[in-house]
Each structure stands twice: as structure tokens, then as C-alpha cells.
Design a protein around this ligand. Structure first.
Ligand SMILES: Cc1cc2nc3c(=O)[nH]c(=O)nc-3n(C[C@H](O)[C@H](O)[C@H](O)COP(=O)(O)OP(=O)(O)OC[C@H]3O[C@@H](n4cnc5c(N)ncnc54)[C@H](O)[C@@H]3O)c2cc1C
Length: 416
């Protein structure tokens, strides 16, 4: 049992951890309650974005959230509920949403994203791993003067952090996107960002890892733990109790509930987002795009696919999808790209997933004071793909007790 590791959760964080732990010589088992084919790590926008160094908990977001609550098509929504976890998360979130937190988070978020980007670049030459990686940068379109002003700040802040970003006018954007008619004022070009196709990444990682001997227990829900002193000695599932020397908790939005069983407080809510993918798009874009005012992401990926994604809906995990929000996404696209007539899809053709939103927008990563053989890796909010490869590498270093590739103290698991 000395080198056995059980990873609970087979999203990008669990699979990336499996990649590096297997490489380091561990005997790895990934346990997931689903068949691992369509969770949050699949239908997302696939941005690898060092440019996103501002955490979700930032000044202005709370006031904006209240304003948007009355609009059924708005990009941000909190469903009011008398739920103890939501209220406690909300209070922590409001406390964190300040300028000091944004300033303190910028360098750690930049560093983990850059580490991740470098590691994804290494993965492009691993035989058997294919994820349509494209280091072409990202364009953030804006339409109004207020956003143009905000864009100037954002370019300055990015450059101060050493990131390649510049403000460009409409004509230059048009040259970069010659196949689209644009109704915009300008854009920020974040040359530092990349794009991948998450569905391909996830399926190719599973095949690769299985080929390397990583064991997968699909449709197996972890329901509790057996503990012995300072160690987790058993992982309970309906079928059996599993044992391993080391345990990694990477259960995305469900991490708060599981952590509670280990007397750990990891405040977490689901930030639901939707996406619609044209598998063979009649429209062509050459870069990943963010529509700044509308908070919509457009991802050209894997040849001719085009994915439209957005909304941050803090809601219960069992709530039915709200199709008005999908309509809101598609209507916003037309405001920036007037030739884009995308028909409203049937509910079955709309993908949605729950971002694991921590209460300050930063991941929870590391060991805990309570359990010697537990590593927690969760709470990546809107950045799980971007920070995925680095998180896996850091998990491997933490499990091995080695110095980590970067300072992980800002991601301290028990900070709340
Ligand atoms: C619309 C949208 C767009 C996005 N775009 C981007 C983007 O461009 N770039 C980016 O970086 N991020 C993006 N994200 C966020 C990103 O998708 C998430 O941060 C990421 O997928 C989280 O990965 P994870 O491995 O932590 O969680 P998940 O992918 O949710 O994986 C957790 C796994 O744990 C399993 N599990 C849970 N509980 C148990 C249990 N008790 N027993 C066994 N298994 C369990 C679940 O079944 C699941 O498979 C986007 C998200 C959305 C919704």
C-alpha cells in the first residue's frame, strides 16, 4: 500500500494529478461517481488564461450581481435561497471582494497559470495526449467607452505583471479576424493566452492514463471515510471500502460536502455556466474571444468547432436549466458579430456545468493540519482548465513532500 494513491474525482484536476503521480511512480486509482464523459471539465470554453489574474471575488461584483438579479438573461445571477452553506459562502465572498484581495491574488494566479501553460505545452509532445492546443492569444472585444477605459487599466495591470497584452483599435482587430463582420469599438489582445479543446483533453487523458496502468472506478460514489488517528484509513463507496497510502480530494463543486465529513471547512458553491457548440461552424474566428460587457466566451476549437459559453449562476446543483440565460448568451453574440444567426437550441443540446466556486475565487490546494495523508485540490472556480496542469504537478510535489514549483501558501486549504 506504500505507493498507492486514490484520487477522488476525475475532472481535469483529478486527471492532471493522476498524470503526474503516475509519472512519479505511484500506483494510482481514480474514483468518480459518474462515467466521466460530460462534467464541468468538458463543455467549458477551454481558455488557458494567465490574463485572468483577477479572482472572482473582486470589488464591484456584489453590486453588479444585485443589479443583474432582476434580469433573467443577465450573465451573473444568485438564486436567493435560505440555505446555510450559501449564506455562509456569501458572507465570506463579500468579505473577500476587496481591492487588497485582488492585489494579493494577482501574482499567485499569474504564476500558477504560467506554470500551467508551460506544462500544457510540454503535454503537446507526449505521445497519445491530443487536445488541439493553440497558443494564439485571446481577444477581448468591447463596445462602449466605459469598457474601453476599463481595458486600458487591464492592459496596464497585465503589463505590470509582465504579461503580453495590448490595446488595439477596430481596424487592427478586423485584420486579425478577417472572416467576421465586427460591431465593436476595439479590443485587448492578450497574446499570453492559449486555447484547447477540453472534451478532447479529457478523453485523451483518460485513454493515456489507462494505458499507463491508472485504474478507473467509474460510477462509484465516495460516501464517507474511515479514519484512524491522523490518517484516512478507508474510503467508503457503496460497493467496498478502498484503502491507499495517500488520498487526493479533487471533487470540484462537491468538495465542500465531502470535506465536511473530514471536519474540514471548504466553503463552496456551484457557479453554473452554459455552452452551445456548433460542431461544423459556418462562421470562422481565428482567436478565442471574450465579449467584455456581455461576459460571453467564444472559442474556436479543434478545426471547425465554435463554442459559445457564459453566465455565472449561483444556484442549487439540482435546479433545472434556465434557457433564458442561453438565449441571453446567443443574443449578446449578435450584438458584437451581427452576421451570427445562431438558432436557439433544444434543451438537450445545451451543455451546462458547475464551476467549483470557492469563497474568495482562489483554489484550495495542499495538505491539511488534521489529516496526514490527505491532499486537497479544488475550488478553481472559472479557472480549472487554465490551472489544471499546474495543479496536478503541485499535487504530485505535495504528495511526495517535495518543495513545490511555486509558493502555494495563498491557496491554503484551511484559510476559512
Ligand atoms: C461555461 C463554462 C466555461 C468555462 N470556461 C473555462 C475556461 O475557459 N477556462 C478554465 O480554466 N475554466 C473554465 N471553466 C471552469 C472549469 O470548467 C472548472 O473550473 C473545472 O472544470 C473544474 O474542474 P474540477 O476537476 O475541479 O471539477 P469537475 O470537473 O467538476 O470534476 C469533479 C469530479 O468529481 C466527481 N465527484 C464529485 N463528488 C464525488 C464523490 N462523492 N465520489 C466520487 N466522485 C465524485 C464528479 O463526478 C466530477 O467528475 C468554465 C466553466 C463553465 C461552466
Amino acid at each position: 500500500m506504500g505507493n498507492q494513491v486514490i484520487i477522488i474525482g476525475g475532472g481535469i484536476i483529478g486527471l492532471s494529478s493522476a498524470f503526474y503521480l503516475q509519472e512519479a511512480g505511484y500506483e494510482v486509482t481514480v474514483v468518480d461517481k459518474t462515467d466521466m464523459s460530460n462534467g464541468c471539465s468538458y463543455g467549458n470554453a477551454g481558455y488557458i488564461c494567465p490574463s485572468h489574474f483577477v479572482p472572482l471575488a473582486a470589488p464591484g461584483i456584489v453590486a453588479q450581481g444585485f443589479k443583474w438579479m432582476l434580469n433573467s438573461k443577465s450573465p451573473f445571477y444568485v438564486q436567493p435561497r435560505l440555505n446555510k452553506e450559501l449564506i455562509s459562502w456569501g458572507l465570506q465572498f463579500m468579505k473577500s471582494a476587496n481591492a487588497r484581495h485582488v492585489q494579493r491574488s494577482a501574482i499567485p494566479l499569474r504564476d500558477i497559470a504560467l506554470l500551467s501553460k508551460n506544462l500544457y505545452e510540454e503535454w503537446t509532445s507526449v505521445p497519445g495526449i491530443d487536445f488541439a492546443y493553440e497558443p494564439k492569444g485571446m481577444l477581448e472585444f468591447f463596445k462602449d467607452e466605459a469598457s474601453a477605459h476599463h481595458a486600458e487599466h487591464s492592459v496596464k495591470a497585465s503589463r505590470d505583471l509582465g504579461l503580453d497584452a495590448r490595446l488595439i483599435g477596430r481596424e487592427e482587430v478586423q485584420k486579425m479576424e478577417p472572416d467576421a463582420k465586427l460591431d465593436i469599438l476595439g479590443a485587448v489582445y492578450f497574446a499570453c493566452d492559449s486555447q484547447l479543446y477540453p472534451n478532447k483533453l479529457m478523453s485523451s487523458l483518460q485513454t493515456y492514463l489507462a494505458g499507463k496502468g491508472v485504474k478507473f472506478l467509474h460510477n462509484t460514489e465516495v460516501t464517507g471515510f474511515v479514519t484512524n488517528g491522523e490518517r484516512i484509513s478507508g474510503i467508503k463507496t457503496p460497493q467496498e471500502t478502498l484503502t491507499a497510502a495517500e488520498v487526493v480530494l479533487a471533487t470540484g463543486v462537491w468538495s465542500g460536502q465531502l470535506a465536511k465529513q473530514l471536519s474540514l471547512n471548504i466553503p463552496m458553491v456551484g457557479g453554473r455556466g452554459y455552452s452551445v457548440t456548433l460542431e461544423n461552424s459556418p462562421y470562422k474566428l481565428h482567436h478565442s474571444i471574450i465579449l467584455s460587457e456581455a461576459r460571453v466566451a467564444i472559442s474556436p476549437m479543434d478545426g471547425n468547432k465554435l463554442r459559445f459559453g457564459g453566465t455565472m449562476e449561483i444556484t442549487g446543483i439540482d435546479a433545472p436549466p434556465r434557457m433564458k440565460r442561453v438565449q441571453g448568451i446567443l443574443e449578446s453574440v449578435k450584438k458584437y458579430l451581427p452576421e451570427y444567426d445562431i438558432a436557439m437550441p433544444a434543451e438537450k443540446d445545451v451543455w451546462y456545468g458547475y464551476r467549483p466556486c470557492s469563497a474568495d475565487g482562489l483554489p484550495h490546494l495542499g495538505k491539511t493540519s488534521r489529516w496526514k495523508n490527505l491532499t486537497v485540490a479544488t475550488g478553481h472556480s472559472m479557472l480549472g482548465i487554465s490551472l489544471g496542469a499546474a495543479t496536478g504537478k503541485l499535487v504530485q510535489e505535495i504528495v511526495q513532500g517535495k518543495p513545490t514549483s511555486m509558493d502555494i501558501r495563498p491557496f491554503e486549504v484551511e484559510r476559512f
